[in-house]
Design a protein around this ligand. Sequence first.
Ligand SMILES: Nc1nc2c(ncn2[C@@H]2O[C@H](COP(=O)(O)OP(=O)(O)OP(=O)(O)O)[C@@H](O)[C@H]2O)c(=O)[nH]1
Ligand SMILES: [Mg+2]
Length: 444
Amino acid sequence: MDTDTIAAISTPPGEGGIGIIRLSGPAAERILERVFRRPGGDAAPWESHRMYYGFLRAGEETVDEGMAVLMRAPRSYTREDVAELQLHAGSYILQRALEICLEQGARLAEPGEFTRRAFLNGRIDLSRAEAVMSLISARGEQEHRAAVREMRGGVTAFVRAAADRLYEIQAGLAACVDYPEEISEEEGAAEMIPRLESLIRQIREGIQERSSRLLHQGLRVALAGRPNVGKSSLLNALLGEERAIVTSVPGTTRDPVTGEMTLDGVRVRLTDTAGVRETRDEVERIGVERTRKAMEEADAVLLVLDGSMPLQAEDRELMARLPENGAWVVSKGDLPQRLELPETDRTVLRCSALQPESLEGIRAYLRRFTALSDQMAVTQPRHLDALRRAAGFLESALETVRTMPPDLAATDLQAAQAALGEITGDQADERLLDTVFERFCVGK
Ligand SMILES: Nc1nc2c(ncn2[C@@H]2O[C@H](COP(=O)(O)OP(=O)(O)OP(=O)(O)O)[C@@H](O)[C@H]2O)c(=O)[nH]1
Ligand SMILES: [Mg+2]
């Protein structure tokens, strides 16, 4: 399979204290010996997993001073011989160092190729390889926690358990096909039905759509209301930055403006929208259309009402159309209050964009939507897709078993097994691996 030696710069571009070049493959040790000089110790063989001080050399030229380590197979990230050069992180130094390694016979690594080798050499399964990438790109505590859970094998355990139960069902079916005199079709079907039902339930429970969306896209919150009530001011106050334009002219915001903050480690995407009113202005009308869309797509809606003014017809209309997940936010609390609200079961939050402490109520309200189950959740979109397909094939198999000879369900059971296998990589073809690893960074 992969018998060449790959090399890459494993640290991000830019200047810094340390930059790392990583090599993996059978020639790693030989290349390391050629390019890295250990003062006084060049004759001694390299000990595995030991850090050495020395100089990166290209012939007689000294390129940098640094440290190097050799990790012999199989005790390495890829299970191949791995060498790492810790140099100074300067773009010239690292490019030159990489070139020197390539001159000595290494090949430039593709994105994620080190991790791909770890997978191909059986050190980790595919879902764990993906967890490594999620871990690197985690932007909040919750994303990070989910990635750690996946990296430690949560998804693998879930999928393997489901696959094992499916094998049992397949074995039961094979028995009733092969030994019809011992187990009749009716008996076989009667046994399969509850098992299939329970397996489908188990898989459906593992599909955590909401958690997945929260982790990968963040909580989507829309700020809505009629013009000039203070939506943009509130957005800016919540984000702590001047993100949207604020003026005393109604109809200031046209395009939705989005900003991000984190709440309890979950990313929250706040969208400020155009104030909703009947308008003949073409641009504003399109903006209002987008507001309606943002409200529909949001996980939570903050309907802003101007506290310094009596309720208007436009407010009432929006209040009537506010979805379940919406709260009333009474703004401009620092001004004399002239708003009277009808009796309601809604959450009513009072605030002022000028008083940061008054925003705590809004954050507390949004926290209701950011709670993620700490249960093992399958949250990667690719895994969810495979699980959904597996559940679909099992449902179709169940339908068959209920109405037809059970052996006709065999194809669907196999397809379900294949879909589960895609998650762990037990049944992964090159194309699938390419799509998984192209998301990776070079050097990982
Ligand atoms: N005193 C006071 N004034 C506020 C507050 N929030 C907003 N304003 C003022 O109200 C006016 C409108 O504020 P915006 O934030 O632009 O209102 P908007 O809802 O985004 O308006 P459109 O974009 O036109 O829909 C501005 O003059 C703000 O300074 C507040 O909490 N207190
Ligand atoms: Mg605005």
